[in-house]
Write a protein that binds this ligand. Structure first.
Ligand SMILES: *Cc1c(COP(=O)(O)O)cnc(C)c1O
Length: 439
């Protein structure tokens, strides 16, 4: 049984509740597969990251990395909590526009922003464009000249620090596809180029060292490195960044094997390191920005499935199949990511067996959970996968032409549909009939 399930997530009947509503009731009302978010958890997590900055009187931004889960409703909640957002595509930017999100609080990231994407970002007056490479600097210069305007920029650098985490998730090492390399002098060259450009208002430096990080150490090293860079740039070019952005990657608990650090502890360590380091180098304390994605939405999300067929391999193992899978959560198949699940109406029940929770997609690798202890279950029971809120729906696909699930936000006992379930008609909406040429 999962330790994550605190007692207040059950009702008097012993059912799992999400945002004050029984999970099985959500499944009945909105059908399965269903993605449900406990909105209070999202708000709490943003507030926890913000609180330490507030308590220390440090100028800051908590910029939600919206690739973890992007939707109009999500952007609205982030705005209500005073958060900023990172976007990485015209699609995320457009969604934020539709949400009425303040464009001044948007950071535009990406290692291959197209001219059209930069044009949209410039036309919308986004808060900052995080420059990643020399091609982009040229492209942005052309876009700004044509629009006869200016924009705030930051430089993303690869600080040569790799956090100790899953290989796919490492982005801080020198052979990363992201950012300007520090040690070869690329970053300094980018700085000089940008400082010469009157249309680019250079506000700071950015680094993102990885994802699902469980140690303070990586952030402390990155923070120290960024302050060191700021100090070098002041000495060599007379330029002092007013923002130091240490990125995201704060780890969360997916299974009992994970031992995450509290948001407050991460922020505290980052602030202390930057304060100390800035003071050592005689620099004014810059504003500190962070970019949590997974840690904002991961623990707040639940995937609800209905149990269907079952295959018992005598003497060996059992497969319990649900009505979703890799199309709504690719992470187990892609990264061997671990999750835990419970029965919606018997979340604390004593396990009587350990099963493979299998998806319905035509891939042997479509196993949502490799080893899940469960109480007795029947076809039709609702199974709830926990902590699925990050990189689940946002990576969803229509593989096997399955419609993507609906998403509901639940708060204070009220459930609201925020993304409709795709219909069969949606699946062929963009298809065009083929007419063989009759030469
Ligand atoms: C993905 C990403 C993040 C968020 O990472 P999480 O692991 O979801 O916290 C933050 N900043 C940048 C630049 C990213 O690419």
């Amino acid at each position: 049984m999962s330790e994550q399930l605190s007692i207040n997530q059950q009702n008097a009947a012993g059912q799992l509740t999400i945002g004050g509503v029984a999970a099985s009731q959500l499944a009945e009302e909105f059908q399965t597969p269903l993605v449900a978010y406990d909105v209070t958890k999202i708000r709490d997590q943003i507030r926890r990251f913000k609180s330490v900055f507030e308590d220390n009187g440090v100028s800051y931004a908590v910029s939600y990395a919206s690739k973890a889960f992007a939707a109009i409703a999500m952007y609205q909640v982030v705005d209500q909590e005073g958060g900023h957002i990172d976007v990485v595509s015209a699609g995320e930017l457009y969604t934020a526009m539709q949400a009425g999100f303040p464009m001044a609080n948007v950071s535009f990231h990406g290692n291959n922003k197209s001219r059209e994407e930069l044009e949209l970002a410039v036309a919308q007056h986004v808060g900052v464009i995080v420059l990643d490479n020399f091609h982009e600097i040229e492209l942005l210069d052309a876009v700004l000249a044509e629009a006869n305007t200016a924009v705030r920029v930051m430089l993303r650098i690869t600080p040569g620090i790799s956090a100790h985490t899953h290989e796919y998730d490492q982005t801080g090492q020198e052979d990363s596809k992201f950012g300007f390399d520090l040690n070869s002098g690329q970053a300094a060259r980018a700085l000089q180029t940008v400082l010469k450009n009157p249309r680019m208002n250079m506000i700071g430096i950015h680094a993102h060292i990885g994802s699902q990080i469980f140690e303070l150490n990586g952030f402390q090293m990155a923070a120290e490195k960024l302050v060191q860079v700021a100090s070098d740039w002041r000495d060599q070019y007379g330029y002092q960044p007013s923002v130091i952005n240490v990125g995201g990657g704060f780890g969360i608990r997916y299974t009992q094997a994970d031992d995450p650090i509290a948001p407050e502890a991460f922020v505290d360590a980052i602030i202390k390191t930057i304060k100390q380091s800035a003071s050592d180098h005689g620099l004014d304390l810059p504003a500190i920005w962070i970019e949590p994605g997974r840690s904002i939405v991961g623990p707040a999300g639940y995937n609800l499935y209905t149990i269907g067929s079952r295959k018992d391999v005598p003497g060996l193992t059992s497969y319990l199949t649900v009505d979703g899978g890799m199309g709504d959560n690719i992470r187990p198949a892609l990264y061997q990511a671990g999750y835990e699940a419970v029965l919606a109406d018997n979340p604390m029940g004593e396990p009587v067996e350990t099963v493979h929770v299998a998806g319905k997609y035509c891939e042997s690798g479509d196993i949502l959970i490799d080893q899940q202890p469960l109480p007795e279950s029947q076809p039709g029971d609702v199974l709830v996968m926990l902590d699925t809120g990050a990189y689940g729906y946002s990576m969803a696909s229509n593989y096997n032409r399955n419609p993507r699930p609906a998403v509901v936000f639940v708060e204070k006992g009220q459930a609201q549909l925020v993304i409709k379930r795709e219909t069969l008609a949606d699946l062929t909406r963009l298809d065009q009939p083929y007419r063989p040429s009759t030469d």
